[in-house]
Write a protein that binds this ligand. Sequence first.
Ligand SMILES: Cc1cc2nc3c(=O)[nH]c(=O)nc-3n(C[C@H](O)[C@H](O)[C@H](O)COP(=O)(O)O)c2cc1C
Length: 401
Amino acid sequence: MLKGKKVVVYVTGGIAVYKAADLVRRLIKAGATVRVAMTKSATEFVTPLTFQILSKHHVYIDTFDEREGDKVSHIYLADWSDLAIVAPATANSLAKIANGIADNFVSTALLATTAPIFIVPTMNQHMLENAATIRNIQVLENDGHFIMEPDTGFLAEGYEGKGRFPDPSEIIDTIQGFLLNLEKNLPLKNQKVVITAGGTKERIDPVRYITNDSSGKMGYSLAVAARNLGAEVYLISTSKVLKTPYGVTLVSVETAEQMHQAVNAEFEKAAIVIMAAAVSDYRPSHISNKKIKKNEQEMVLRLVKNTDILATLGNQKKDQFLIGFAAETHNIQEYAKDKLIKKKADMIVANDVSKPNAGFNKDTNEVSIFMMDEEPIELTVNSKQAIAEEILAIALTKMKK
Ligand SMILES: Cc1cc2nc3c(=O)[nH]c(=O)nc-3n(C[C@H](O)[C@H](O)[C@H](O)COP(=O)(O)O)c2cc1C
C-alpha cells in the first residue's frame, strides 16, 4: 500500500520525536518516498540531520527559507504528497491544525495540502484529557482526518498513563489499513475472508491443557494479506499475545469446539475460508473442575476425537474457496494430496515443520501448494507475510469469478 507513495512526515515538538526517526525508516522500507518537515520545537529534541540522512533530502523547517528558487516550498510539498503524517502531533500543533492556523512551515503546509492527513497525537495524559484537546481532536475527525489512538503505558513523566507514541510498526499497519479504506479497486473489496489461527487448547483441569506449538503467526500474516486486498477479515484465533492487525475483526477462542462454532457462524457468507490453525485432533473426555492432584504412580487420560472442522466445511461448502493447512514432518506430498481429496478443500498448503526455516513459531515459512489436477507449487523460504501474499494471489487466480 505504501509502495511508490509520496509521504510527508510532519514532526512536531514532543519527547517522542526520536521515535519518528524509526517511523521514517520503516516508511522508506515499505517503499514510500519520504520528505520530513519539522517545527522549531521538534528540532530541540532531535536535530534535522537525523531526518535528512534517513530521508536523503533536506528537512523543511522555516516557511521563509526558500531554497528552491522556482518553488514555494510549503505549497510544493503540500501538492507533491499522496499522504501527510503528523507524528508525533503535539497538543499545540493539533490545536493549530484544527483551527486553520498557519504560523510555521508544518501548520502552513498542512493547511495547504489536499492529501489525506493521518495524525498521531502524543502527549501527557492530562494534556490529552484536557477539554480543549478533546474538542480539537473531535474537530479534526469531523474534518475527515484520521486520528490514531495513542498508547497507554509508562510516560516520560515517570508514571503510567495514556498518550504514548505507538510502536512504529503498529503505526505503519494502521496507515496501511487507512490507505486501504481510501482504495476503490481492490480484488477482495466487500468480500468476507475467514481465517483461523493458533493452536487450540483442550482443557484437562483449570490449570492444565493439551495444545501444540502453533503460534498463529501464519494466520495473522494471512489476515494482513487478505485485508490488504480489501477483504473484510474475520480472524478466529487462540493467540493471546499477537496484536490484532488494524481493520481485522478478531474472534477469540480457545478450544477446537469453540473454533468450529465461530467458523460456522461466519462460513455461509465467506468468499474464502483459510484453516491455518493447528486444531487438536483430540480432547480430554472429561474436564475436571478442580485441579487434579497427584496420587497414583500412573495416570490415564482418556481422549475423544474432535470434529474435523476442515472436512465439515468441505461437505458444507457452496462457492466458498476453502484452504486447509497441513503441518507434517514426513510423507508431506502424500498426506497433503490425501487431505485435499478427503476434506474436499480447494487448496492445501503443506509445510514440513521439521525444517529449520518453516512451520510453528517461526517468522519464515516454506510451503508446497496442492490443488486438484495441478502440479504442486513450491514457495521457497520467505517471510510468513510474503508467503501469505503469494497464497492469496494464487487463490485469487483459481476462484470462481
Ligand atoms: C521535555 C519536553 C517534552 C515535551 N513533550 C511534549 C509532548 O509529548 N507532547 C506535547 O504535546 N507537548 C510536549 N511538550 C510541549 C511542546 O514542546 C510545546 O507545547 C511546543 O510549543 C510545541 O510546539 P510545536 O507544536 O510547534 O512543535 C514538551 C516540552 C518539553 C520541554
